[in-house]
Design a protein around this ligand. Structure first.
Ligand code: 1PR
Length: 595
């Protein structure tokens, strides 16, 4: 996936033998690294998926091991096709159908393609006109080049240069569901009704211009018009992610795989106008699953009030609100735009031994075709045998199990403290920087767990305060700030949510998940003052979280702050409100919404 990272590709560090052996021994985990593994896999993967007698056919997948392509595999397999991985350059020419889901930064991807001798075979394959489908970076690489990674030459199949989104107030990355303006009718998008939205996540884009007019199938609007899909004959590519765009997206793969790409005679109206809410980037609704083991050792979805997840009665077991994989699927079917899993005891567990959590991700990615975020325990650690793991390795295990984004909580606070102590300079070694550089800014979410602190005067703290217009402190204070916590709210630190968000944007995070301990589980609505403080401070998307009690709370937070998404847990788990009811309310309130 294209990102804002200027860094060149550094080949992924292979998980050491100890780690691989350890992971192989994990209970209920597959005995080897999963397909698409960024770290455990070779840059060009070994041939996988054997043919099945019931297969509708074979599709060749170019997975160069730089990120999560598990959902692409799952979508192909769900449609009844078998995946064959490219292991040698000549297998590209031999392919009957080739899918190229580009991930990582532009420069990194071209470096890998060159080092593996894949550039010419790819160019020749595309020129031959055989069925080809690129996804995201797989579209951008077809162009002449990109200004990403300091200016890099691409495959040169389509005229034009890929450039970063520009605009003073534009939130970048462009993350979420947006409408298309279809220029020509072909079979590729035939199952996508005009005005429907598809899922994008990128910081760079190609623009339509006269020289590439004959390629452009659809455009999208975000800080100007950009190329959303291209097609010439059987060669096509999408900037959006079909594998993350729900059933519509799976239908796009189906049209490609079944060879339904032909031009149609239908007249082209402006398809954007078909969106009843005016189209454009939708505000997202995210279902969040706080996950942990209960006292019997079962991994359950739980939910507390102000982070206390134990029942109030005698014995006080962890509240059990359901099974993670089943709930994730339920929210996907209800229309959630994303699903997040937070392993809430990750700060004290050793995440790479948390096989059930990895298994939850693997199984969820088989049925949930919207983005999956996972958080909890992403940090460097040393196990009881003295073996050390980096945060990048922990994140890689999550990505290879099906996560599209990882979220960092406690470790981000420590990283920000060091950032300010160093005089606001980067040092390149932190979890946030390393994961962002390797997987892209859009894959790094920072989960902030703040609580409101009242002060008599702003001079009492070094952190940014606001004068509250809605609440007062216990001694009549009106001035307050939001203190970041670590370890699931157990320990407060001397850094505010504002300061943390600003530092994280500077270090390469792509999104902020803004919880609020005071409002968590209360059902009184999101804390607009906190959300406004943070979403005004950064130009990366902010997800408002904590306190949703009814559909109007979502509409309210979107109307009153610049947040890009809103997340809820309790009301969905207790089935008080369904995701579609939230969305219906947002739509009625004029909020751009993906239905
Ligand atoms: O610190 O990197 O290991 O990450 C731990 C992660 O676990 C963090 O993202 C942190 O927010 C989360 N976490 C830790 N302890 C708890 C807890 O509840 N005891 N859950 C916890 C945080 C907050 C929200 C919640 C919203 C919406 N949960 O994600 O889902 O507040 O709830 P609501 O709609 O019911 O109000 P690390």
């Amino acid at each position: 996936m294209p990102t804002s990272s200027p860094a060149r590709f550094a080949p992924p560090r292979q998980l050491d033998a100890t780690l691989r052996a350890r992971r192989a021994r994990l209970p209920r985990a597959p005995p080897r690294a999963a397909p698409g593994s960024a770290t455990a896999a070779p840059l060009v993967r070994a041939s996988s998926s054997s043919s099945s007698s019931s297969s509708k056919g074979e599709v060749t997948l170019l997975d160069y091991g730089a990120g999560n392509v598990r959902s692409v595999r799952n979508a192909i397999q769900r449609l009844g096709f078998t995946v064959k991985d490219v292991t040698r350059p000549e297998e590209i020419a031999a392919a009957d159908k080739l899918i190229f889901p580009g991930v990582g930064a532009y420069g990194s991807a071209m470096d890998i393609l060159k080092s593996r001798g894949l550039v010419d075979p790819l160019r020749e394959y595309v020129a031959s006109g055989k069925p080809f489908m690129g996804v995201c970076l797989g579209l951008q690489l077809l162009f002449d080049g990109s200004e990403e990674s300091g200016g890099v030459e691409g495959l040169g199949c389509i005229p034009g240069t890929v450039r970063r989104f520009r605009g003073d107030d534009l939130i970048v990355p462009h993350i979420g569901w947006n409408t298309l303006d279809v220029k020509r009718r072909t079979g590729l998008l035939s199952d996508v009704p005009d005005g429907d939205r598809l899922y994008f996540v990128h910081s760079f884009r190609a623009e339509p211009e006269p020289a590439n007019e004959d390629w452009v199938l659809a455009t999208c609007e975000y800080g100007g018009e950009f190329v959303a899909a291209v097609q010439k004959g059987d060669v096509c590519a999408c900037q959006f992610h079909p594998e993350k765009s729900g059933e519509r997206g799976v239908g796009i793969f189906k049209n490609f795989l079944e060879g339904n790409l032909a031009e149609r005679e239908e007249k082209v109206e402006s398809s954007r106008a078909a969106s009843s809410d005016g189209g454009g980037l939708a505000r997202r609704v995210i279902a969040c699953l706080d996950v942990r083991s209960n006292d019997s050792g079962d991994l359950v979805v739980t939910k507390g009030d102000s982070y206390d997840v134990r029942e109030k009665d005698e014995g006080g077991d962890v509240r059990n609100l359901g099974k993670p994989v089943e709930l994730a699927r339920r929210y996907f079917e209800q229309g959630a735009d994303e699903v997040a899993f937070l392993n809430i005891t990750g700060y004290r567990d050793l995440p790479l031994t948390d096989a059930p959590m990895l298994e939850v991700l693997r199984r969820s990615s088989e049925t949930v075709f919207v983005p999956l975020t996972v958080g909890g325990g992403i940090r460097s650690f040393t196990d009881s045998e003295g073996t050390s793991y980096t945060a990048l390795e922990v994140a890689s295990a999550y990505f290879s199990s099906g996560a599209d984004k990882i979220s960092i909580g406690s470790d981000a606070v420590y990283v920000a403290e060091e950032y300010y102590a160093r005089g606001e300079t980067k040092d390149g070694t932190t979890s946030v920087e390393q994961i962002s550089e390797r997987y892209g800014a859009q894959a790094v979410v920072i989960s902030i767990d703040p609580r409101r602190v009242w002060v008599k005067d702003a001079s009492e703290t070094k952190n940014r305060t606001i004068r509250s217009a809605t609440k007062t402190g216990p001694d009549g204070e009106t001035e307050c700030w939001w203190q970041c916590t670590v370890k699931g709210g157990r320990e407060g630190r001397d850094i505010g949510a504002y300061e943390l968000a600003v530092a994280m944007e500077a270090l390469g995070a792509g999104e902020i998940l803004l919880n609020c301990i005071d409002e968590d589980g209360q059902g009184n609505g999101f804390d607009h003052e906190l959300v406004a403080l943070v979403s005004d401070a950064v130009r990366i998307p902010v997800i408002a979280s904590s306190g949703a009690g009814k559909p109007s709370h979502f509409t309210d937070v979107f109307e009153n702050t610049k947040c890009s998404a809103a997340l809820a847990a309790g009301i969905f788990h207790r089935e008080e409100v369904k995701v579609e009811e939230v969305k219906a309310h947002m739509r009625e309130g004029g909020v751009p919404t993906r239905i």
